[in-house]
Design a binder for this molecule. Structure first.
Ligand code: AMP
Ligand code: ZN
Length: 468
């Protein structure tokens, strides 16, 4: 079944067809690396990881190129480094490593290319030069304007169409600096001067640094070409960031199309308010990983449709964990004969695939996985159970879930506790071997009292896991 996606460009759900099925391109705006990612940022990267997985499934892993940049030139970085008394490169390197660590914990695949802004300044300068040459950008005049290059919104008749805003809304929404050297208050910065304490690169306009928007236009062109398949990011980036990316790229490319599909995730909220660093209401991924496994956080992020708001609560996380317990328990049941990818398994998986292909309807896909887990428990034969278990495992994997050993999951991640339980089980096995049955039963009862389930195997060992 083809993948259907809601396209912000047309405000409609459309069937996705790539320009070239052998080279499907996806660009997602990456993090500004000055601080640890919060769970709202994580939502964006988990949603696009799901899209990446679905594209790989549909076109083959080698035929999809996922580009997610690292914004390592940005004024917030300069301010944070100054506040920490830390060199900028040390801050961005440390934050990038932490970001990668968080995404690994959330089982997000690495992108195929992860371009850094600092490594693409010549491409940004080249793009700005083209915009100046074609009359879409200008070097600001006047003393205080020295070293500024601005995009001239009046030169682009399409400006504002993407975000469907009128001029007043654009000026208010962009919160652009009103500066006397701007021809139009909506004009935005492509290049600005750097003082001695701020990172800067030599350019035709003096030593300076790029604005944020031009970074993505240059990096997407470099790694995916002028026109590519899908561009993603959070809904909060539609204006001004994506409006500006479109204006810059299309004007520099003589009006040729930029991204054909635009996909935006809804905001993660805390008691209804957008989670954001500036509001100070954030929970970092790192903090949450102390409370729950990354896989439970990932599932919790997928429990709402990606375009809807998602209110983050501890209850949502607790339920996600219980859901995974249920799924892993179904996978743990003895497997009957049958191959992993049988026709029966594919048939059972159909509703899950259909839900994901319908604009990534993860709530419906999860309902499908719940139904599969229920069907595993009720299966009439070993063969039937095996097919259903395969369907559950494959469906989970499509969503980046259920890839762990079920026993490992059900034992939990407290290794000291696991070692203690293993020791008790060994002691029980010894007691049984030596026919001290009362003692063996006593150990079993103690473990049961703390929620540990034992299942004796024919070879005399026991499998174990924890009940909720
Ligand atoms: P930033 O580092 O702030 O540029 O954000 C990185 C990504 O996270 C962007 O795609 C944002 O749109 C997205 N994002 C930021 N805050 C939230 C939020 N509260 N909910 C969902 N996505 C968010
Ligand atoms: Zn961007």
């Amino acid at each position: 079944m083809p993948l259907n996606l809601y396209n912000t460009l047309t405000r409609r759900k459309e069937t996705f067809e790539p320009i070239d099925p052998k080279r499907v391109g996806l660009y997602v705006c990456g993090p500004t690396v000055y601080d640890r990612a919060h769970i709202g940022n994580a939502r964006a990267y988990v949603v696009f990881d799901l899209l990446y997985r679905l594209l790989r499934e549909a076109y083959g892993a080698g035929h999809v190129r996922y580009v997610r940049n690292i914004t390592d030139i940005e004024d917030k970085i300069n301010a944070a480094a100054r506040a920490n008394g830390e060199p900028i490169a040390a801050l961005t390197t440390r934050t990038t490593a932490a970001f990668h660590e968080d995404l690994v914990a959330l089982n997000a695949l690495p992108p195929d290319v992860e371009p850094r802004a600092t490594e693409h300044v010549p491409q940004m300068i080249a793009l700005i030069k083209r915009l100046i040459a074609s009359g879409h950008a200008y070097v600001a005049a006047g003393n205080e304007a020295a070293g500024h290059v601005l995009f001239a919104v009046a030169s682009d008749p399409h400006y504002g169409q993407f975000s469907r805003r009128n001029r007043a809304e654009m000026i208010a929404g962009a919160r652009v600096e009103v500066a006397p050297y701007k021809r139009d208050p909506a004009d935005f910065v492509l290049w600005k001067p750097s003082d001695a304490d701020t990172p800067g690169w030599e350019s035709p306009w003096g030593r300076g640094r790029p604005g944020w928007h031009i970074e993505c236009s240059a990096m997407s062109e470099m790694h995916l070409g002028e026109t590519f398949d899908i561009h993603g990011g959070g809904l909060d980036l539609v204006f001004p960031h994506h409006e500006n990316e479109i204006a810059q790229s299309m004007c520099a490319h003589a009006g040729r199309p930029f991204a054909r599909f635009w996909v935006h995730n809804g905001m993660l909220t805390d008691s209804g308010t957008k989670m954001s660093k500036s509001l100070g209401n954030i929970r970092t991924v790192r903090e949450l990983l102390d409370e729950a496994p990354g896989e439970a956080i990932r599932l919790a992020l997928l429990t709402a449709h990606y375009r809807d708001p998602l209110d983050w609560t501890s209850d949502r996380l607790r339920q996600a964990r219980q859901t995974l317990d249920r799924f892993y328990r179904a996978l743990l049941l003895p497997r009957g004969p049958g191959s992993a990818r049988s026709a029966e398994a594919e048939e059972a998986l159909r509703p899950v695939r259909a839900a994901l292909d319908d604009d990534m309807n993860t709530p419906l896909a999860l309902t499908g996985l719940h139904e599969l887990a229920g069907a595993v428990n009720r299966a009439g034969s070993d063969t039937e159970r095996a097919a259903l278990q395969s369907a559950l495992a494959i469906g989970g994997r499509l969503m980046g879930l259920l890839e762990r050993d079920p026993l490992d999951w059900l034992r939990g991640s407290d290794t000291a506790d696991a070692t203690r339980i293993e020791e008790r089980i060994t002691a029980r096995a010894a007691a049984r071997r030596e026919r001290r049955f009362a003692e063996a039963d006593q150990i079993r009862a103690e473990l049961a009292a703390e929620g540990v389930v034992l299942e004796d195997k024919p070879d005399g060992t026991a499998a174990w896991w924890r009940k909720d």
